[in-house]
Design a protein around this ligand. Structure first.
Ligand code: MLT
Length: 406
């Protein structure tokens, strides 16, 4: 008789955004006349930039011609894209990362879930709390998190680093020493971040502790402040302790296109074992390369036209972020984030739980957001709104929220 992976049985409920989608679908079915505004999942709404569409059309034509047709992509990524990433995301920022340290993938979600596979089951993970739920869930599936305490909503073998109003949403070094440290900066869901100097402290800490930092930079394009690092590799010593995950979803609107990459420096070693070689082995075995058309689209992100168009797109969403932040502040809410990230993090009014606020906001205002507790226990009492809606919908949602006396 076969056995299942029992670790899956430990996972409470369904994936956060699936739960929300189900709740919204039930509400819409019961209230077919209500018009819902969705500021829940961080999904983009603006169309792909013209430079990207042009590159995709050209690549499609190449695929229709025997002379330029491509089959399997190289498993680690086409050189044209790896070189463009190395040049624009790293060399231009003074970071020492070469093209062959970049592994192209179908997105940062899969990479952030898969990266734990190359680490031992006995490792102790540390996560910011609240944070993107994929880090913890994927480690639950791998059996690394111990048992779940339903009351406290915590895992016995996970080190939580609370990021709350009281500490300015800055993770503090934990009392117990972790082996794997997940940092998402700017942070999803709080929309807050730390300075370059603070990030350097984390790099120094990890090198001293013999820990690895898994650094998710999905929201890097939204950084507006000077003293915030765009890559962990801006920090001294990061090549011996860090892996960086990057996405094309938020900076270029690829949520439905799917493209990302992971940087594993060659100096990152556990004893004599190269993690770069391990990830290359894993990637080569389990992944057949992101599609040619999509990688050409990714290359266009770095063209002068692509860069200019995407700068405008990011500015569009950040205008939404500013509108939500200012509007909610005027309405008396305590509001965070929205300066270096497209997420607004607010304290729920009247001491409502995150899910209570989700329900009243949906029922009374017809606005969908994301309950903070879905991102970890310290998210309880908070709520996330995304700036990825259209400007019109964002203003309409804001008006609806302002009208409510919660
Ligand atoms: C979010 O809403 O937190 C993200 O969009 C989800 C994701 O990137 O997978």
């Amino acid at each position: 008789m076969y056995k299942i992976n029992e670790n899956y049985q430990k996972l409470p409920g369904s994936y956060l955004f699936s739960t929300i989608a189900k709740k919204v679908a039930a509400f819409t079915e019961a209230n077919p006349d209500r018009e819902i505004i969705r500021l829940g999942i961080g999904d983009v709404t603006q169309p792909l930039a013209p430079a990207i569409i042009e590159a995709m059309h050209k690549a499609v034509d190449e695929m229709g011609n025997a002379a330029t047709f491509r089959g399997y992509a190289p498993d680690l990524g086409y050189d044209f894209l790896r070189n463009a990433i190395a040049e624009h995301d790293y060399k231009a920022r003074g970071c020492d990362i070469s093209a062959d340290e970049i592994f192209v993938s179908d997105g940062a979600k899969s990479d952030s879930a898969n990266i734990q596979e190359i680490f031992g089951a006995e490792n102790r993970i540390a996560v910011c709390d609240p944070v993107y739920p994929v880090y913890v869930d994927s480690n639950v599936m791998a059996g690394r998190t111990g048992m779940y305490d339903r009351e406290k909503e915590i895992w016995s073998n996970v080190i939580y680093m609370p990021c709350i109003m009281e500490n300015g949403f800055v993770p503090e070094f934990p009392e117990e020493t972790p082996d794997m440290i997940y940092l998402c900066l700017p942070n999803n869901p709080t929309g807050t971040t730390i300075t370059r100097a603070q990030l350097q402290e984390w790099v120094d800490y990890a090198n001293k502790a013999g820990a690895v930092i898994i650094y998710d930079g999905a929201y890097e394009a939204y950084i507006s402040e000077e003293d915030v690092a765009h890559s962990i590799f801006e920090c001294r010593g990061a090549r011996t302790c860090a892996i960086e995950l990057k996405s094309f979803s938020k900076n270029a609107g690829f949520t439905g296109v799917r493209l990302g990459y992971t940087v594993v420096p060659k100096e990152l070693k556990c004893g004599n074992v190269s993690l770069h070689q391990m990830w290359a082995r894993r990637h080569g075995t389990k992944f057949n390369g992101a599609p040619y058309i999509i990688q050409r689209a990714g290359e266009a992100v770095y063209s002068p036209e692509g860069k200019a168009q995407l700068k405008e797109q990011v500015a569009y969403y950040m205008k939404n972020a500013a509108a939500i932040k200012n509007g909610l502040q005027k309405a008396g809410y305590s509001v965070f984030g929205g300066v270096n990230a497209p997420y607004i993090w607010l304290k729920t009014p009247g001491n409502m739980t995150s899910w209570e606020f989700f329900d009243v906001l949906l029922e009374q205002a017809g606005v969908v957001g994301t309950p903070g507790s879905g991102f970890g226990p310290s998210g309880e009492g908070y709520f996330r709104l995304t700036a990825f809606g259209s400007y019109e919908n964002t203003l309409a949602a804001l008006e609806r929220i302002q009208k409510q006396a919660f």
